[in-house]
Design a protein around this ligand. Structure first.
Ligand code: BDP
Length: 731
């Protein structure tokens, strides 16, 4: 990242016109501190010292020099011994005798943890950043910079931190042609065409950003994978990426197409029990490790949505995963086998499938296999209950997959901070071993003692200048890393840090912006899918409303399948009288979700088919409540835009304006969601709108005729294009 001119801001947040704020720098802006704050950091000194000469130590020194010279607006020198009073010393007990002599509490921190201490050594004031490896020290360096970026005191530091989850990965759904499935921030940052000769310098900034939040791996291609990535030429390209990311502690992983032995290996089968197939994968793994000695492993989407898999040969998920695991094991690689499966035979309830297919295989997977489970049983909806697989497979490494890119949450133009969604999942109690068996404890391995733990996030990164398609979507990348490091972290604290790092430290700004962020997810739920509704988006693109859609390729792709609205009521009966999906949860949870009265209102229609006349907590009928939720959602987006407008004097023009425009789009869409949903559900319920509620602006047929054929992220052309609807504005 290029250093910006060191111009001191005259006041909080007042940036000089010379400082372009296009979002490229993310949360690593290192703007000079305000004069009064500077005084607090005199003790930090002017030297960055390390005795290590590894590539990681070099980038750590570079980052500290870049960060400190930016923040403190003075010259910072890098060297290998402490010359003056006031230095930042980083390293490990192995490469630094000074650090070894300090006997810091590093024993239980593993290879990636760190200690930061303010100390006086031989009369000199130093800040020590120590890890058991250079990577630990790199993480500590970013944390130390954050202390200053957020204006926290730095004189008496005593910070100890280590990640709770071992693999903290971004899953890129990037295709070899440069498009990104469900990507809303432009083309892929991986330019396969010019690799390996040219590696975009942007990948260094990508690595810095990831390392700053503890992300330690990247799956660089889509789960709907092309087998080509496993050919010699592409492996060389992947190796060039791996070389670039390595100093930052980031390993590269690949999605592996199960039928690759047929497609590129010219074998007649991909049967996982066939010796030739097994040998092919073993050789392939050897070839990859030859080029990339620290290759992470494979991510696999098998027998799901038309992808090939072991079931094509009458074999099980365990047979498939274990074959790949055996090929990778000699090199220390892992297999992340996705539980997002649903077969061609449409079952009675699609959300039951992952559990039904994986629970029977508990204990049958190799030690280097992790079953990667989406947070909810359906598909990254604005709200779902946690997946019943969490806690159900104590003898299987179970990882969590969340979606950072907002496929079902308004893409990059709706301001929706996902921290609260993920925190809600993490803090959900599975009751697997009695109360307090949270999903977080499954993910960090503490509940069942699993050693191999994983949190993966489907990336929202693209080649847009601001990386994520909007400034606020950067917060979701940031929050993902922070929660993967500490699944019990608070979404509010993370938002607060992000706002300070991204904008500035002025409480007149941070408070309202954090407020906006923290409320935003619930607001999106209200205007899209309130009260436990799910999958009401138009087919394919998943952008606008489509609650009426009933003609998609298979029943369980249709919104009507999920809402089950009729004259008598709405919602999916998943109790014993319906699909009985509740039975997949542990009894305490199943009991709660089985009864209307104990089901949390925000999941009501997920679990129950409820009469329109049912009285909810507010005292309203369900119908009136549904209409008010949609209406509230729309009104609150309007209020968000109002809050943002008032912040104009506190934010640079560039980032203020683009966000204001996005909020205008979100207001338009929230109105559309509200009106279209009410128009449709009213046509089903036949009930009048509650007193005082505005009627939808258009007729139902108008909304039904809307389509978004060119909505981004659909990976390729060929969508059905409908003519635009006639304008039939009713008021
Ligand atoms: C769905 C997406 C689809 C993905 C699939 C998956 O619509 O593009 O391929 O998930 O996770 O959410 O495999």
């Amino acid at each position: 990242m290029k250093l910006l001119p060191l111009v001191l801001a005259a006041a909080f947040g007042m940036l000089s016109a010379a400082q372009a704020e296009d979002g490229y720098q993310l949360w690593l802006r290192y703007q000079p501190l305000e004069k009064p704050a500077l005084a607090g950091y005199r003790g930090v000194g002017t030297e960055v010292v390390s005795a290590s000469h590894s590539a990681t130590a070099k980038v750590t020194a570079d980052e500290l020099v870049r960060g400190l010279s930016g923040l403190l607006a003075k010259r910072i020198a890098a060297g290998d011994s402490i010359r003056t009073g006031g230095a930042v010393l980083f390293g490990t007990p192995t490469n630094s005798p000074t650090i070894a002599s300090l006997k810091l509490p590093l024993e239980n921190l593993g290879p990636e943890g760190y200690v930061i201490r303010s100390l006086t050594v031989k009369g000199k004031k130093i800040t020590v950043i120590a890890g058991n490896s250079d990577i630990g020290a790199l993480y500590g360096a970013f944390r130390f910079l954050k202390v200053i970026q957020t204006r926290a005191p730095a004189d008496h530091l005593d910070i100890v931190s280590a990640p709770a989850v071992k693999l903290r990965l971004l899953d890129h759904w990037d295709n070899l042609d440069g498009t990104i499935e469900r990507g809303y921030a432009g083309a892929s940052i991986f330019n396969w065409w010019t690799l390996p000769e040219h590696v975009s310098p942007r990948l260094v900034d990508y690595a810095r950003a990831n390392a700053s939040i503890g992300i330690n791996g990247a799956v660089v291609i889509n789960v709907n994978a092309s087998a080509l990535i496993l050919t010699r030429d592409y492996i060389a390209k992947v190796a060039a990426i791996a070389d670039t990311l390595r100093p930052y502690g980031i390993k590269v992983y690949l999605s592996a197409r199960f039928s690759a032995p047929i497609e590129i290996g010219r074998l007649p089968t991909a049967d996982p029990l066939d010796p030739a197939v097994r040998a092919w994968w073993k050789n392939k793994a050897d070839e990859i490790y030859h080029a990339i000695p620290d290759f992470g492993g494979f991510l696999v989407k098998a027998n799901s949505e038309g992808q090939p898999g072991p079931q094509d040969y009458g074999r099980s998920h365990a047979d498939g995963a274990n074959m790949l695991a055996d090929a990778l094991a000699p090199h220390g690689g892992v297999v992340m086998w996705r539980a997002f499966v649903y077969s061609h035979e449409v079952p009675d309830d699609r959300i039951k499938q992952a559990y039904s297919e994986f629970k029977p295989f508990d204990g049958k997977f190799r030690d280097n296999v992790i079953v990667q489970v989406k947070n909810g049983p359906l598909d990254f909806q604005p709200r779902e209950p946690f997946s019943a697989l969490f806690g159900a497979t104590p003898a299987t490494n179970t990882g969590l997959e969340v979606q950072i890119t907002k496929e079902y949450l308004g893409f990059n133009t709706h301001l929706v901070y996902l921290g609260p969604l993920w925190q809600e999942v993490m803090q959900s109690d599975t009751y697997a071993k009695g109360p307090s068996s949270t999903v977080a404890k499954v993910i960090d391995g503490s509940l069942f003692g699993s050693k191999l733990t994983l949190m993966a996030g489907v990336s929202n990164i693209g080649a847009d200048r601001n990386w994520c398609g909007s400034i606020f979507d950067q917060a979701n990348w940031y929050a993902f890393g922070r929660l993967a490091w500490d699944p019990n972290a608070s979404a509010g604290d993370i938002a607060n840090d992000w706002v300070k790092l991204t904008f500035n430290n002025n409480p007149a700004l941070t408070k309202p912006v954090v407020g906006l962020m923290m409320g935003s997810r619930e607001i999106a739920v209200d205007y899209m899918t309130p009260l436990g509704l799910a999958h009401q988006m138009g087919t394919s693109g998943h952008y606008g409303p489509g609650p009426w859609v009933d003609d998609a390729g298979r029943p369980d792709w249709n919104p009507v399948y999920y809402a089950r609205a009729d004259r008598s009521g709405i919602g999916f009966d998943r109790t014993a009288t319906g699909s009985n999906a509740v039975a997949q949860y542990f009894p305490a949870v199943a009991d709660k979700f089985s009864k209307l009265e104990t089901t949390p209102e925000n999941l009501l229609l997920w679990f129950h088919h409820v009469p329109w006349s049912y009285r909810v907590a507010s005292g309203r009928t369900l119908w009136d409540e549904l209409v008010s939720r949609y209406t509230d959602g729309e009104a609150k987006v309007h209020a968000m835009a109002g809050t943002w407008a008032k912040l104009k004097p506190l934010i640079d023009a560039e980032r203020f304006d683009v966000t204001a425009d996005d909020l205008t789009i979100q207001e338009r869409d929230a109105k559309l969601w509200r009106d279209a949903s009410i128009a449709y559900f009213q046509s089903v319920s036949g009930l009048p709108l509650p007193a005082g509620m505005k009627a939808p602006a258009h007729s139902l047929s108008y909304y039904k005729a809307l389509s978004w054929p060119y909505a981004p992220g659909q990976g390729g052309p060929g969508r059905k294009i409908l003519p635009p609807p006639e304008d039939d504005t009713q008021h």
